[in-house]
Design a binder for this molecule. Structure first.
Ligand SMILES: Nc1nc2c(ncn2[C@@H]2O[C@H](COP(=O)(O)OP(=O)(O)OP(=O)(O)O)[C@@H](O)[C@H]2O)c(=O)[nH]1
Ligand SMILES: [Mg+2]
Length: 204
């Protein structure tokens, strides 16, 4: 590899030992932090399909409580993270606005697992994501992205009830802006996938 190329930011080459690639989707309601999560954990410069939200969206796009939000995903985000020398995750962040949800079912094709992000100020917005994943039988974990101006302080148990999650679905807190936190969410998902695979193997 040309050393000048390998030093460029956002061009971390894939490790030679990488042999397992998993496709993971990040889903959840509008503005919950999906693009932020893919950006913060990706070791390559992420592909984002962000567009500026315009006056035309007033009354259509629910932006209550989103002070800093000026753009929205119109197709999908893409990033990559190597969890160890051999395992690499390909991350696809879904668009959150309802009018782009028709893209989700396509995005789920070939997906091994998913992260559902939840904003406690709008828990019900992530209901559709849970519903679609259950429909596709795609295993998932739920991560609560707590925003600074969030005064709702719902406990994880209350969120589990609100989303009717069964006890075996992992549910954790995260900060989508922080790489280590996002990475912890992904490791929780991979551990969950591993446990499910082991349980399947044990079943005669
Ligand atoms: N304070 C705070 N802001 C956050 C957090 N996560 C994301 N943000 C901000 O919230 C805004 C929305 O984040 P996005 O990552 O665009 O959300 P999204 O889910 O991709 O949005 P759509 O694609 O439009 O559905 C951005 O301005 C982020 O900087 C968080 O944990 N805390
Ligand atoms: Mg987005």
């Amino acid at each position: 590899m040309d050393s000048a190329v390998s030093e460029l930011p956002g061009r971390t080459p894939l490790d030679d030992a990488a042999e397992t690639g998993l496709k993971i989707v990040v889903v959840g309601g509008f503005g919950v932090g999906k693009t932020t999560l893919v950006r913060s954990v990706s070791e390559i410069r992420p592909l984002n399909t962000e567009e500026v939200m315009t006056q035309a969206g007033v009354g259509v796009d629910e932006t209550d409580g989103m002070v800093a939000k000026t753009t929205t995903t119109v197709a999908f985000d893409f990033g990559r993270i190597s969890l160890n020398e051999r395992m690499v995750l390909y991350l696809f962040g879904a668009p959150g606005q309802e009018r782009f949800w028709f893209l989700w079912d396509r995005l789920f094709s070939g997906t091994l697992g998913a992260v559902v992000l939840v904003d406690t100020r709008r828990v019900s917005d992530s209901w559709y994501a849970v519903d679609r994943l259950e429909h596709h039988r795609t295993p998932f974990v739920v991560a609560v992205n707590r925003f600074d101006n969030d005064t709702s302080s719902f406990s994880l148990d209350e969120i589990r009830q609100a989303l009717s999650l069964s006890d075996d679905v992992p549910l954790i807190d995260c900060d989508a802006r922080v790489r280590s936190s996002g990475k912890h969410v992904l490791i929780t998902l991979v551990d969950h996938l591993y446990e499910l695979a082991m349980a399947r193997e044990m079943t005669p």
